[in-house]
Design a protein. Structure first.
Ligand code: PLP
Length: 356
């Protein structure tokens, strides 16, 4: 039972779709399926009607990398909101593509303060922020940050890895230019695909580049050749597309708002059940808490490694903290198919048994 902050259990419909017989990546049936995926992604991200959407053949980190590779040029000023591991990963990638990086930080377990972004916006070409910081369970205030960025001329890149498909995400209304996630998170598809969405404004910025994008594999023009003009760029992993299509359809059929309610309801039950055992919220302010990754401070004297090992022996997989929060917190995943009562009931029973 995967109660981790990713990957999540594969949706049964995605599992069945994975078993479909192989088709070629240039098969008209695959292009028709891809078109449906692109349209469903526009709905999931809340984009402009014609925004470019696609799947990259890699994990969420490739979605992150493709944004910087296509939309940043050497010497650009990039403001990165870095209040956890994934924000820091963004800063590192932006720097590798030649950006001059300005960091806005916040203490661990706290959200980025939009006023800090406003104070450093002058002359910035791109602002990058992680919506849900998985390493600490913090939800950054993307709508407020987007409002500040809107008038500045900077592009806004948002890491939606733990949010898209499960949390409100309104790319067009908020003014987000580039967003990405990983198939294995809120959609419960197998890992290996990074769904991206690119605004028309970002595409125009890309088209005006002084030099070609240094990452050939994810060059937006090459991706558009395949996804829009149906000419060969590289061999896409067709079976993963089948599974992704099924998982995304299942999410939209369930309804995005219903999924948001499901996560919240599950989070409240887990929290109420674990509180008597001594677990408490790690993120102090309720509005900063990421519903899809519940970060819980461990009880005093708790044997983190020992209890997780004992749970693993019962086939229950739970994730601890990362870096400075190792041994301090657990991060319980409530994305996609992990936000279901049955696996959490099993966790509660096992914990009550282990902790006496
Ligand atoms: N961004 C966030 C917020 C994440 O949680 C993760 C993975 O956990 C990533 C990026 C990287 O995704 P992947 O491990 O799929 O490359």
């Amino acid at each position: 039972m995967l109660l981790t902050p990713g990957p999540t259990p594969i949706h049964p419909k995605a599992m069945r779709a994975l078993m479909r017989g192989m088709l070629g990546h240039m098969d008209p049936e695959v292009f028709a399926l891809n078109r449906e995926i692109q349209q469903d992604l526009r709905v999931m991200y809340g984009t402009e009607p014609e925004a470019f959407t696609a799947l990259l053949a890699g994990t969420g980190s490739l979605g992150m990398e493709a944004g910087f590779a296509n939309l940043v040029e050497a010497g650009d000023e990039v403001l990165v909101c870095a209040n956890g591991s994934f924000g820091r990963r963004m800063a590192e990638m932006a720097a590798r593509y030649g950006a001059r990086v300005r960091l806005v930080t916040a203490p661990l377990g706290e959200a980025i303060n939009p006023a800090d972004v406003a104070a450093h916006l002058d002359g910035v070409n791109m602002v990058a922020v992680v919506h849900g910081e998985t390493s600490t369970g913090v939800l950054n205030p993307v709508p407020e940050i987007a409002e500040l960025v809107r008038g500045s001329g900077a592009l806004l890149t948002v890491d939606a890895v733990t949010t898209a498909g499960m949390e409100p995400f309104h790319m067009q209304d908020w003014g987000v230019d580039y967003a990405y996630t990983g198939a294995q998170k809120c959609l419960s598809a197998p890992p290996g695909l990074a769904p991206i969405a690119v605004s028309e404004r970002a595409f125009a910025r890309f088209a005006a580049r002084r030099s070609p994008t240094p990452l050939w594999y994810c060059d937006l023009e090459g991706l558009r050749d395949y996804w829009v003009d149906h000419t060969y760029h590289h061999t896409v992993p067709v079976n993963l597309h089948f599974a992704f299509h099924a998982a995304l359809r299942a999410a939209l059929d369930e309804g995005l708002e219903r999924r948001q309610r499901r996560v919240r309801a599950m989070g409240q039950v887990i929290e109420r059940t674990l509180a008597p055992l001594g677990f408490s919220h790690y993120v102090r302010r309720p509005e900063d808490r990421l519903p899809t990754v519940l970060a819980l401070r461990l009880p005093e004297g708790f044997d983190d490694a020992g209890v997780r090992k004992a749970l693993r022996e019962r086939e229950i997989s739970v994730t601890g903290g990362l870096g400075p929060t190792a041994g301090v917190i657990w991060r319980l995943g409530l994305m996609g198919e992990s936000a279901r009562p049955a696996p959490y009931r099993a966790l509660m029973v096992a914990l009550q048994d282990l902790l006496g």
